[in-house]
Design a binder for this molecule. Sequence first.
Ligand SMILES: *Cc1c(COP(=O)(O)O)cnc(C)c1O
Length: 224
Amino acid sequence: MSTLADNFERVEARIVAACQRSGRARADVELVAVSKLHPARAIEEAYAVGQRHFGENYAQELRDKHEALAHLRGVRWHAIGPLQPKNAKYVARAAHFFHALERLDVAHELSRRRTGDALDCFVEVKLSGEATKAGIAPDDLGAFIASVKALPNLNVVGLMGMPPADLEANQARPYFARLASLARAHGLSKLSMGMTGDFEVAIEEGATHLRVGTALFGPRSETA
Ligand SMILES: *Cc1c(COP(=O)(O)O)cnc(C)c1O
């Protein structure tokens, strides 16, 4: 059985190799360890092997872990899941980054609730026609970004997007390339893309923030 430390070592080696293949600096790619539905103890273990950036999907779970793990200095919390206005206060208080901004009412609530440093936000883009997929349609991106930029306490730093579920890694490539091209078109430098199944391809297509859960923490039960 592999330990958490082994998992982090293996993922790190794959990130380094993908950076080398694509002529990118390792320092330009941040690994966000997605710890949703895993206990706080797993985050402490990951912290002990040097991990600092953690991703959580559920606002209340983020709130609770942020509080329980306040003793871990230098942790950076990434809220990565869909958010309702009523839960925006938890993200505004606990998160350093929000990866799934796609509603103006949520943006207003985050802006209103945020104190201290501005919250760095990725706008989520709908990359496929799947009805279930969240995100702003590419054609509406300019107007959405402009509206968010007008709000205090939020920075739009980049775009986030997910290819349709269950694709082979290489089939995800055109979706990542599209997201990268949209980010360029809108003058944004950060790209949150790539998960356990496709993070190497995401690096090759310009990802700056990988959101990797299963490869690091193992399988999770899909209930909050
Ligand atoms: C759960 C989740 C991830 C991590 O997925 P893995 O396949 O376990 O790496 C990344 N991004 C989002 C938005 C998620 O919900």
